[in-house]
Ligand binder design. Structure first.
Ligand SMILES: Cc1cc2nc3c(=O)[nH]c(=O)nc-3n(C[C@H](O)[C@H](O)[C@H](O)COP(=O)(O)OP(=O)(O)OC[C@H]3O[C@@H](n4cnc5c(N)ncnc54)[C@H](O)[C@@H]3O)c2cc1C
Length: 381
């Protein structure tokens, strides 16, 4: 059986970022690394956005970047400058291509196109059975996410960020391509947290995505009806054609993903709880955590001790507790934040990068009663 020092399961965002971070570090030069992925990774199946200051490592494959964002709520309709941040967009096809081309040049990295069928952890190594062959690894980084595993636990609510998006091209110039719509809560909430997310590529091309933070996904036609209505309402007398579609479902939960890690198998990406529970943003966390993980391995620390949890986990937990019980409150909470605080500070907070004083400043911008009740309920649970 082929033996590797490290095996990465899944060549999605997290698997490729981790492999790249390992490939670029001379410490791993003498390690044999295998990446197992079932698909041919070349599709534009995800439109990834994130914000960062200044230049970043993926700037050469950016499709677009903006220095302003738009937020719309019941009483707020504000286009905001986010300097020094930029809101950056990468199409997954470009990301996969660039990452894989670079990794193919690394002599210590191999790819296996196969489905992982079984992971069997033993005292001396981890054996991976795939649809092609079986291999063993000293340590395994697993990005294969199984929604069922979090839905069966009862300690933490599981909301889902579920969405369908249409890439549309209009016959008139209707989109403001200077500013993506970060959240537009002016759509009917129907007892949920529902918003429209619009990424304008040009005055005639945009991705229009109907998004919910709630516990149960809708039927496909309901998202599509909502997008149709939104386009008709916002851009009257405009015809459009649908160029492409995308959809997704990102877990929003404070479930302790890390409890499943061992000294030989560490979960990464969505499977490792790297999706921010309160927003679903995962891409930038994966950049950050992959680099942190490489340092952790180099120091010889046990994998089990790797943790990405911070005090923000608790803030996220309170928000999810609120939305789990009163799903309709999302619009008010996000609107209060954007009405009362600067977008830069909000983005910094969502990046989990503030000091205590700034945390408090953001938290006190939100409606206080639901948070107090959620805190009280958690303490006395
Ligand atoms: C449409 C969409 C848009 C998103 N937009 C954003 C965004 O704008 N910003 C953001 O921060 N996050 C976004 N996300 C969330 C998150 O960044 C992505 O889901 C990201 O792809 C997660 O990375 P990952 O490596 O954890 O999982 P994935 O990228 O899904 O990688 C897992 C890999 O494992 C492979 N695999 C699965 N099962 C097996 C098996 N049995 N054997 C072998 N291989 C297997 C899959 O083919 C896949 O390549 C989005 C998600 C979706 C779905």
């Amino acid at each position: 059986m082929d033996q590797y020092d490290f095996i990465i399961l899944g060549a999605g965002a997290a698997g490729l970022m981790l492999a790249r971070a390992m490939a670029e570090d001379p410490w791993f030069e003498s390690s044999r690394i295998l990446i197992i992925e079932k698909e041919i990774k070349n599709k534009n199946d995800r439109t990834w956005c994130f914000w960062e200051e200044d230049q970043g490592i993926y700037d050469k494959i950016l499709n677009r970047q903006w220095s302003q964002i738009l937020f719309k709520g019941k009483r707020l309709n504000r286009k905001m400058d986010i300097h020094p941040y930029s809101y950056k967009l990468i199409r997954s096809g470009d990301f996969y291509k660039e990452q894989i081309l670079s990794l193919q040049k690394a002599p210590n990295i191999e790819f296996l196109q196969a489905s992982v069928l079984k992971i069997d952890e033993k005292i001396e190594n981890v054996s991976i059975k795939t649809s092609v062959k079986s291999v063993t690894g000293d340590r395994v980084f697993n990005s294969l996410f199984d929604y069922k595993s979090i839905l069966t636990q009862k300690d933490y609510p599981v909301l889902q960020q579920h969405f369908v998006g249409w890439f549309v091209e209009t016959d008139k110039s209707v989109f403001d391509d200077k500013a993506p719509t970060f959240m537009d809560f002016s759509v009917p909430q129907k007892g949920n947290t529902r918003f429209m997310y619009v990424l304008p590529f040009s005055p005639t091309k945009a991705l229009v995505e109907y998004t919910l933070f709630s516990s149960v996904p809708l039927e496909k036609y309901e998202y599509e009806e909502a997008i149709k209505l939104y386009l008709e309402d916002h851009y009257p007398n405009t015809s459009y054609k649908i160029l492409e579609k995308e959809e997704g479902n990102i877990p929003m939960t404070c479930y302790d993903f890390e409890s499943r890690n061992t000294d030989r198998v560490l979960h990464i990406g969505m499977a490792g709880g790297w999706a921010k529970p309160s927003t679903g943003y995962t891409f930038k966390n994966s950049m950050k955590n992959s680099r942190k993980l490489v340092q952790h391995v180099k120091k010889g620390f046990p994998l089990r001790r790797f943790s990405v949890k911070s005090r923000y986990w608790y803030y996220d937990l309170l928000l999810l507790d609120i939305l789990d019980k009163n799903n309709q409150l999302g619009a008010d909470i996000f609107e209060a934040m954007f009405r009362n605080r600067s977008p830069q500070l909000i983005l910094k907070f969502l990046d989990e990068d503030c000091n205590w004083h700034q945390d408090l400043w953001i938290i006190t911008a939100c409606p206080i009663l639901p948070f107090t009740k959620a805190l009280w309920a958690r303490i006395f649970k």
